[in-house]
Ligand binder design. Structure first.
Ligand code: AMP
Ligand code: ZN
Length: 115
């Protein structure tokens, strides 16, 4: 828990979010500024600022985020057409919120390479 962190506040319930899935380790909620018809963020309850900070002890947590991505994609019906999972890490990648989060994007086609 980091008192000044936006996503810690969402995990705690101090800031409202449209939650689509949660369990003992992760919380998934709709992005406030969606970049696709379906855009969900999955965060660990544990505060980790960025992917570059993870250690070998965080492997299970990261796996749980990806697994929750699959569960959410299925729940929201974007699994058959396909979806994109994204972690932005650091300024060059456009990371805005420094509590790791997996973007789950679907409902349209995505370009590759990304912008
Ligand atoms: P990133 O650029 O990877 O750090 O992504 C941060 C994401 O958080 C952006 O897509 C924002 O639209 C989203 N976001 C910021 N504030 C909120 C909020 N209060 N509730 C839901 N999503 C948010
Ligand atoms: Zn946090």
């Amino acid at each position: 828990m980091n008192g000044s962190c936006l996503f810690c506040k969402i995990v705690k319930g101090d800031i409202p979010a449209k939650i689509v899935h949660q369990d003992a380790d992760v919380v998934a909620f709709h992005d406030i500024k969606p970049q696709a018809p379906t855009h969900v963020l999955i965060v660990p309850r544990q505060h980790i600022a960025k992917i570059d900070d993870i250690t070998e002890f965080d492997q299970l947590t990261i796996g749980k985020l990806v697994h929750a991505g699959k569960v959410v994609a299925s729940k929201l019906g974007i699994n058959h057409e396909g979806y994109r999972l994204v972690f932005n890490n650091g300024p060059a990648a456009g990371q805005e919120v420094y509590h790791i989060h997996l973007h789950v994007l679907g409902g349209r086609n995505f370009a590759w390479p990304p912008g």
